[in-house]
Ligand binder design. Structure first.
Ligand code: BGC
Length: 565
């Protein structure tokens, strides 16, 4: 079966003319936790610049930097107080310039995270909005409303926050009286901008130009489905209590409103007016059928496809998580993206250590005990599957080391606002600073041995230097796979994805040009099946595998790329 038609994906397929983002491998850097150059225990921009050779040697095409802007860090930097400056914890604008220039000198593109749904409550414009009275132009930059009830003592509507609790906070007016309420879909420290106001549009056009002028090759748009709220701020029929509580197939009332699409139509010509292929990738949690509205030549370039990340281990689930987005890629005229981990979800080396169908909470609790070896084996296999697919693949820092989610962080050190608001474990477990050197303090994260979150002992054996040059290590597997992906043009959309049919139970197989990809999701080692056109795959060359090779066979929970002879 051919899931993707070569004809529809051929335009610009020539490597020289294909825009880089269509088949890129993009590496997400979470600046707080990547590398700390100044020794305060918090990662920084000079630390990232110093470690760019790691990304070059990994073979990725681009890095996406999570926010490094001025911020009180109430949500790890997704609470921005100044979009056009660098937080002193991370360095200076000069450090950002140096990072971008050094990345470019190594042939790496740089994607900057833009957070347009909300700012920090410490943003100067929010402070001005608080100081100015109701009905003032300052207040109109954000979503303020009068409360309900006789004295305005009830929130303007029933909306709840993604981080739990009410989505509204009442302020005290300058004269000391209880006043209006402001909307915050996330934490109280993250007031939502009012995108009905043209001045908000103008502000963000300037922010885009600021970073494009400094050399940014693209933007990852945070909460890209969130900015425009429904007219009149009506009550929600379906409400969410935390991100995971949103009923399946439903979208909270404040997300995915059509007005959001206008913003991308406004931004696209700005990006297009710059030299090079400047791009936007959306973090939009929307129903699949809405995707074609967001992506296109006049809208955004691409959007994260979270279906692959959510697919459980198994042939049917994983195959469906590949076929659906490929079919949608046809509809939007742009290749899809693939993601297995990011800074908001439990790392995939841990997720796969639980049985398929396991109901995860928000973060990993101390009492939850994954099968770590199984999780890593399956994660490596899933990564090989992902890197064989057409479109852009997004990696999250540390997955190339096989890092697990860390459960044993003391509550007092957790910083995720969802933890602070609702007591759930939250997302700190995937944000623990990276281990670079097995024998150094803080595993080489920081010269002083400081680390804003404690690293577990198991990070020592997973440190980058412990894996470097070690055949079969996760780091070497990633390097080999990324190099082979480029060599065989696997990311390019012009070669179709053909699934092998009638395989033994538990085996997923697909063909990409001369490469055959097999994933054994069963618990038994299986003989290699016959390949396309009855080829004997036992005779094929092994390009890369996620497990120790066994001649003519594929171990359980493993994947392999074979070259047809
Ligand atoms: C980011 C999160 C952040 C939230 C609010 C998300 O989509 O990825 O890390 O907490 O937006 O900005």
């Amino acid at each position: 079966m051919t899931a993707q038609s070569p004809a529809q994906h051929a335009p610009g397929a020539d490597a020289a003319t294909t825009p880089w983002w269509r088949d890129a491998v993009v590496y997400q850097v979470y600046p707080r936790s990547f590398a700390d150059a100044d020794g305060d225990g918090m990662g920084d921009l000079p630390g990232i610049t110093a470690h760019l050779p790691h990304l070059r040697d990994l073979g990725v095409d681009a890095l996406w930097l999570s926010p490094f802007f001025t911020s009180p860090q109430r949500d790890g930097g997704y609470d921005v107080a100044d979009y056009c400056d660098v937080d002193p914890r991370f360095g200076s604008l000069a450090d950002a310039d140096e990072l971008i220039a050094s990345a470019h000198a190594m042939g790496l593109k740089v994607i900057v995270d833009i957070v347009p749904n909300h700012s920090s409550s410490e943003h100067e414009l929010f402070q001005q909005a608080l100081a100015a009275g109701p009905g003032s132009p300052e207040r109109d930059m954000y979503v303020f409303a009068d409360g309900r009830g006789e004295h305005g003592e009830l929130p303007p509507n029933n909306w709840t926050s993604i981080f739990h609790g009410e989505a509204w906070t009442r302020i005290t007016e300058a004269d000391g009286t209880p006043g209006q309420w402001y909307l915050h879909i996330f934490d109280t420290s993250q007031p939502d901008w009012n995108w009905q106001n043209p001045r908000v549009h103008a502000l963000f056009r300037d922010v885009l130009r600021f970073w494009l002028d400094r050399g940014a090759d693209g933007f990852r748009v945070d909460v890209a489905h969130g900015m425009v709220k429904p007219e009149g701020l009506p009550d929600a029929a379906v409400n969410a209590e935390g991100l995971l509580d949103i009923p399946e197939g439903e979208v909270p009332i404040y997300f995915d409103n059509d007005g959001v699409l206008e913003i991308y139509r406004e931004w696209r010509p700005i990006l297009d007016s710059y030299e090079g292929e400047r791009m936007m990738v959306l973090e939009a949690w929307i129903p699949e059928h809405r995707l074609p509205l967001y992506i296109g030549p006049e809208e955004a370039h691409q959007s994260f496809n979270f279906g692959f990340l959510q697919a459980t281990w198994g042939v049917e689930t994983m195959r469906a998580a590949i076929e659906k987005p490929l079919a949608l890629a046809d509809a939007v005229g742009a290749p899809t993206t693939w993601v297995l981990s990011n800074h908001d979800v439990i790392r995939h080396a841990t997720r796969y250590g639980f049985p398929p169908g396991y109901r995860f909470g928000e973060g990993l609790g101390r009492a939850e005990t994954p099968d770590a070896a199984l999780g890593l084996a399956r994660a490596r296999a899933a990564t090989l599957l992902m890197l064989s697919l057409p479109g852009a693949a997004y990696l999250y820092q540390g997955e190339e080391l096989g890092l697990p989610e860390v459960a044993e962080i003391p509550d007092a050190l957790r910083e995720d606002p969802a933890h602070l608001r609702a007591g759930v474990p939250g997302r700190d477990g995937c944000r623990v600073p990276l281990p670079w050197r097995a024998d150094a303090p803080a595993y080489g994260f920081s010269p002083t041995g400081e680390s804003w979150l404690p690293q577990p002992e198991e990070f020592g054996a997973l440190a980058a230097d412990a894996q470097e040059g070690v055949p079969g290590s996760t780091l070497e597997m990633y390097r080999a796979a990324i190099a082979l992906r480029r060599e065989h043009g696997l990311g390019r959309p012009d070669a179709p994805v053909e699934f092998l049919e009638d395989l033994p139970e538990g085996l997923l197989g697909l063909v990409r040009g001369e490469v055959v990809v097999l994933v054994n999701t069963s618990e038994q080692e299986l003989p290699l099946p016959a390949g396309p056109d009855g080829l004997d795959l036992a005779d094929a060359e092994v390009l890369v595998g996620s497990a120790e090779p066994v001649p003519g066979r594929l171990p359980a929970d493993a994947a392999v790329w074979l070259r047809r002879r």
